[in-house]
Design a protein around this ligand. Sequence first.
Ligand code: F6R
Length: 614
Amino acid sequence: MCGIVAYIGPDQAFDFLIQGLRRLEYRGYDSAGVALLDGDMKVYKEHGKVQDLVDKIGNQNTEGNRGIGHTRWATHGEPNEKNAHPHLSPSGDLAVIHNGIIENYATLKEALVELGSVFKSDTDTEVLIHLIENIKTNEKCSLFEAVRLALNEVVGAYAIVILSKNDPNTLIGARKGSPMVLGIGNKPGEYFIASDATPIVEYTRKVTYLEDGEIAEIKDGVLTIKTIDNIKKTPFIHNLEITLDAIEKGGYDHFMLKEIFEQPKSIHDSFRGRIDSNSLKIEMRSLNEFENKIRNLKRIIIIGCGTSWHAGLVGEYLFEDFARIPVEVEYASEFRYRNPVLYSDDLVIAISQSGETADTLAALELAKQAGATIFGVCNVVGSSIPRMTDAGAYTHAGPEIGVASTKAFTAQVTVLTLLALGFAQRRGTISDSRLRSVLQEIERIPAKVEKVLKSCQESVLEIAEKFADVSNFLYLGRGYNFPVALEGALKLKEISYIHAEGYPAAEMKHGPIALIDEAMPVIVIATQNDIYEKVLSNIQEVKARKGKIIAIVTEGDTRVKDIAEHVIEIPETEDALVPLLSTLPLQLLSYHIAVMRGCNVDQPRNLAKSVTVE
Ligand code: F6R
């Protein structure tokens, strides 16, 4: 969480910093701040959003062709102006912005207080900048060296940028566990730093991703990268592929709505060039390089958090169904602290939109240490997870800016489907004719997604209007639709603040049925498959207790229509591909309910897009 931006170069920094912070606001919006250097160091901070900061600055002086900016998701210290970044060193010479957590800050703070440090904020970040200045003064060393020595004393995660009044031609950035992208500008001596590439893309396409434990020094227009052990590294320059359109709202009221409607394309992009239903080819680097391993695989462990964990649950059904491999799906945060049993012949697949989720990264590290093969299914290119895995696949969903995950989920599910089919093909657990029919159906999915998004709008709006004021929702599904029920409930909770629970439909009678009365809307995903009859019985159980049934059914279904209050139809498809369609009306329903309740859809309270803290 927290977004960071920095600029050094011939132009004024302020507009880039503010625009960059707006782009990164999805990472946290508790407070915002900038520091600008123009002889003097000017620091502006405000509790709240970037716009609050802009309003506060008003007509004040924003001159300076070097600067740093921060948008905060509070960890240490309340979300207020005092704790907003940038933080200054005791002399006021150094300013720092930080994304991450300094875990040993209390010990460091105690030692610094004994040496006379007086702190103005409650943050771990202020401790770090005091430490750096303390070392710089005592060791009489360069800023780079002071940062390097300080970081050697730090335990935790960080992406930091430091600006110095006394050393105005220098900007230092460093990272460990939190993301950092460096843009190499088109003008001489021009560099950009940001938490992700979205602030940078309109200025330059040339970027380098700092690795964990590396420090970048931009001094007199020259970039040098060294490790915290002082070993020089050669930066690897990438060409950015994202476009500006992809990170703007493009006429939609909210990013979330835009991203929901992008799904025909994002799903198509996630399988484009990877499958061919004529030749039965499933082409992914991970499948080719690990063919032997896949053939002999005994177990897959899928790890993720939130929506990515739900995609992992769909993955469990897919791998077991098609490739006949036992799968365990784990919350990364539980897995990492549970002393899990891991074998070197396990395959661990981490699923993450951002590729930066701290718990997922730590769980993956554990699996790596145990010698397991690790794959990643991630969306953000160049993020930490894909850089630490043995192989994997990008989801190619494009930037997802709305905090609630939508198109990333369907792209994750698509990629997991390709992997499961690829595994099945290599293990001989799927016949050619079956594989052909599933691949052909995958190719038809984008058109079906488009159809659902168009056809369900009216009924979704009607349902949203009717239920926008309720306090509880229940979501039920079985088989492939059970993870969809969980995901539907999560979407509603996070953006509309309505309490919602997802359950396997048959589990309802073991407890949640007690909640059902005439005030309880119950969403049942009841598409036609082998357990359709069973789901019908579950619907009857809700009906008997006067629950209000909203059902997602297969086109042409008549039996549920007779019982349910509201019915939304989706086209018929392979059971394994149903989540790609049944999720869509639930995303839209959450969206419209949240809008009707006046909630901030793209930036729901207390949340951030990229959870880089434990
Ligand atoms: C929900 C949501 C979160 C994320 C979770 C994992 O809409 O966005 O639950 O899915 O924080 O994030 P990633 O996928 O980036 O690891």
